[in-house]
Design a protein around this ligand. Sequence first.
Ligand code: ADP
Ligand code: ADP
Ligand code: MG
Length: 450
Amino acid sequence: MFKKILIANRGEIAVRVIRACKEMGVQTVAVYSTADANALHVQLADEAYCIGGPRPQDSYLNEDAILTVAVASGATAIHPGYGFLSENAGFARRCRECGVVFVGPSPEVIERMGDKDAARRCAKEAGVPIVPGCDLLKSAEEAEREAERIGCPVLIKARAGGGGRGIRKVERAQDAGKAFTEAHAEAEAAFGDGECYMEKFVAPAHHVEVQVLADAHGNVVTLGERECSVQRRNQKLLEESPAPCLEGRDDIRERMYEAARNLARAVGYEGAGTIEYLYADDGNFYFMEMNTRLQVEHPVTEFVTDIDLVKWQLRVAAGVEFPYAQDEIMPAKRSHAIECRINAEGPAPDYRPSCGTIHSMHVPNGPWVRFDSSLYPGAVVPPYYDSMLGKLIVRAGTREEAIRKMRSALTELIIDGVDANTELQLDILSNPEFLSGIYHTNLMEHLYED
Ligand code: ADP
Ligand code: ADP
Ligand code: MG
């Protein structure tokens, strides 16, 4: 195992990784921006170094500064968390050149899967069903022709997109050209890569994703699935496992798992990763993308499998063999887990991002109630980063009980000083469609219809 690692991230995920390291006897090195001088991850780490100003480009994306700290402090591995450099193949390559282990798959695999268009082709080659669509679009005229062929509605998607960004819906083929030109410019500005492809808009559909873990010894296992259909602007808000839409459909579930393992094997995957699918009620599922990193919603999987994903990421990166066979992993036979993302934002319809200083707070507790966050009284929520304040996760014997437990926990949660979306989460948890267990990615569009 590593003696010392650097955590190239901030917020709740940096705290999550530092805690895992402490339990494993691994020393931790934090890096932080000037806006985060008093942040919890800085206080909890054994060492902490300021690497630049508040803007991500100056600090958490500052590869030179991060690598310099890693080498100078004697850290032998870097955990990138999610977001920031976690899916940056160039950074993973530079780590390798500096003799530092990047906790994640190889730069080659990140590159292949990070290009969503190339990933689609990989999936197809590995026998995983993909959404009907086309490869990279070369012109507005081609976009219109393809939209006509595929059949509207379609989505134009940036191959470099992520975090729900770089996606545009087209309702009529004659609008596809204009949408393509706009999407191209938008993706160029946001990701430095304007290339776009097209997919059929599958609706109504569920977002169901499968957790994969692969070690350096050829073992590839799946750790159950998560349903992430509660989304606003293609961003997840609430996740649960097992997926209620797969209730009684173990045959389909098994096929999804097997396809995920096949794809991971086909690309030589190592580490923790997620295969995202769209699942339609007719029983068909389609590969959407692979995230080559730890997922925000990983605690849901930890709750139903009793496997600590961060510790296994570190062990696998250090060359340890994963000891459990697929049939020894028992996802979700008698348990149900739900996660609510607690975002710093005002109420509907604007959901205005909020920032400020936490005056006081109260966090719910009890068996199988977990709050992953970096908040404490006095903590500052700066305006420069993601608006997620933390994640509330519960586990219970049934979905119904887990929902009641989450409601009770949300009602107890007090965060004084910034706006938080607890009321929105409570509204979702009492929505009849959500309660029925059969809800789709459009749930949020009719949450407040009445
Ligand atoms: P998950 O897929 O784990 O649920 P999200 O899609 O919510 O994760 O993204 C996790 C974090 O990573 C968010 O802060 C999001 O803004 C960021 N992120 C993901 N992909 C990208 C990307 N390509 N560019 C910039 N930020 C990204
Ligand atoms: P990101 O990298 O931003 O996470 P994804 O490809 O995973 O992008 O898509 C984000 C979300 O957009 C999905 O969870 C889903 O709700 C929606 N989406 C993406 N592709 C399609 C599609 N072909 N049909 C319908 N919805 C889609
Ligand atoms: Mg996605």
